[in-house]
Design a protein around this ligand. Structure first.
Ligand code: SAH
Ligand code: SF4
Ligand code: F3S
Length: 445
């Protein structure tokens, strides 16, 4: 008997890619493939790729270079490029990388097992828009990396005009999934032991615009909130323009909705926001944040920032610093602007020198670290509910997430705790996480 073919999937990029990779794995498992422990022992290596910045792409190009070397020795090896780069670079890969057998864009991997079968039979497969979308397949909820946590995609694509961003090109136009499908999938996940669901979309709070007036994220949250056994419900990523009064009221009313909101600002300069075509001003962002805090005082904001966007002056940058000081985000990702071919901003001169981008990046990261640290310091002595994710990097410790999505570590060594909600009394605040001790339940403060 020949052994079952083994696969290995590398995921780059955002949570959507991580979820797509899970769906790809579930299809392969159902088709009789087996997961390889290491890339080296896999017969099929799939790279689920990201195009958002040049650096993300460079990592994939160099990985493909190494796979080319390996394939010379192992001609049977199947190499696949999935995701956003497959969409973006289909021609280049076909023309210049004959060792890549499969090129499958983000909307065409729902029948990936058939494509991998075909590639193994040496019919190289290129499917960019053409194929079955992952969203339209009936998800096998049993195949997932975490027993208690799951992502659910509620929309694909993006219709926003942000000048720097490649996502609308790689992921296509915004398409919301029908609400009943989302509710049904979530119910099956909860029936199978999931207690925390994170809904995914590039502009997740714009959900339903294409479905009709009665379909909104608020209504979806209410329907999901009614699922018995679902203890935490989160959603990423929100766009400031769609943070409606209705959504704010819904968050306030629903106790199981997580108390963090990823609401990327990108810049604190109105001039830069305008050239980025983000569609809001600093004042408008702040007004929405104030409305949110008035109704949900305990909610924390997370942001993304881009430094060194074309034409960003020192004065613009200083405005971003002041803006961060005002909002005091609990967490921020800071990115150096990276021109993406084909975007509107790619036609502008990338005029902020690399060393200056690096400096601005460091300044914002240091400021964010200070704010995160201050917020963490205030939690010392409090007892928080933590959903245990697994072993922490430090031996003898486990870790999990709080209600605000903070990482908390505590001494424990009990695999049975994984997926459980425990109470942790915070003893120490670190720059990016908390350290504490397990408390006997139900001593929640
Ligand atoms: N849909 C989400 C984020 C998508 S991409 C949103 O609208 O917020 C994730 C982050 O990557 C963005 O928030 C932005 O900060 C960053 N990003 C996108 N394009 C970029 C580029 N060309 N250079 C640097 N950072 C970029
Ligand atoms: Fe990109 Fe803007 Fe869409 Fe976010 S909202 S994915 S930054 S185009
Ligand atoms: Fe990257 Fe595509 Fe996500 S470009 S950030 S993997 S949508």
């Amino acid at each position: 008997m020949t052994s079952r073919p083994k696969y290995f999937v590398h995921s780059y990029g955002c949570q959507m890619n991580k979820l797509d990779s899970e769906l790809v794995e579930s299809r392969l498992l159902e088709a009789g493939y087996e997961p390889a422990d290491t890339e080296g022992e896999a017969n099929v290596v799939l790279l689920n790729t990201c195009s958002v910045r040049e650096h993300a792409e460079d990592r994939v190009w160099s990985k493909l270079g190494r796979l080319r070397v390996r394939k010379r020795k192992e001609p049977e090896l199947v190499v696949g490029m999935l995701g956003c780069m497959a969409q973006e670079h289909q021609r280049r890969v076909q023309a210049r990388m004959p060792h890549v057998d499969l090129v499958v864009g983000p909307s065409a991997f729902g029948d990936i097992e058939k494509k991998v079968d075909a590639a193994r039979a040496k019919n190289s497969v290129v499917a960019v828009d053409d194929g079955v979308s992952g969203d339209s397949i009936f998800r096998n909820v049993r195949v997932r990396p975490h027993r208690s946590q799951a992502y659910v995609s509620i929309m694909r694509g993006c219709n926003m005009p942000c000048t720097y961003c490649i996502v609308p090109t790689t992921r296509g136009i915004e398409i919301s999934r029908p609400m009943h499908e989302i509710v049904e999938e979530s119910q099956r996940l909860v029936d199978d032991g999931v207690t925390e669901i994170t809904l995914l979309g590039q502009t997740v709070n714009a959900y339903g615009r294409d479905l009709g007036r009665e379909f909104t994220l608020s209504r979806l949250l209410r329907e999901l909130h009614a699922i018995e056994g679902l203890r935490r419900l989160a959603f990423i990523t929100s766009h400031p323009n769609f943070l409606s009064a209705e959504l704010i009221d819904t968050i306030a009313e629903l106790p199981n909705v997580s108390r963090y909101l990823h609401l990327p600002a990108q810049s604190g300069s109105n001039r830069v926001l305008k050239t980025m075509r983000r569609g809001y001003t600093v004042e408008r962002y702040l007004a929405r944040a104030e409305q949110l805090w008035a109704k949900v005082p305990e909610i924390e904001l997370h942001s993304d920032f881009i430094v060194g966007y074309p034409g960003e002056t020192e004065a613009d940058f200083e405005e971003t610093v002041q803006f961060m000081e005002r909002v005091k985000f609990a967490q921020s990702y800071v990115f150096k602007y990276s021109p993406r071919p084909g975007t509107i901003a790619a036609d502008l001169e990338d005029d902020v020198p690399e060393h200056e981008k690096a400096r601005r990046n460091q300044v914002l990261l240091a400021l964010q670290e200070k704010h995160t640290r201050e917020k963490n310091d205030r939690l010392v002595g409090q007892t928080l509910e933590v959903l245990v994710e697994g072993d922490s990097k430090v031996e003898g410790r486990m870790s999990g997430r709080t209600w605000h999505h903070r990482l908390a570590h505590f001494p424990a060594n009990d695999p049975a705790l994984k997926g459980q909600y425990v109470h942790v009394r915070v003893t120490e605040a670190l720059a990016h996480s908390l350290v504490g001790e397990l408390q006997p339940a139900p001593a929640l403060s």
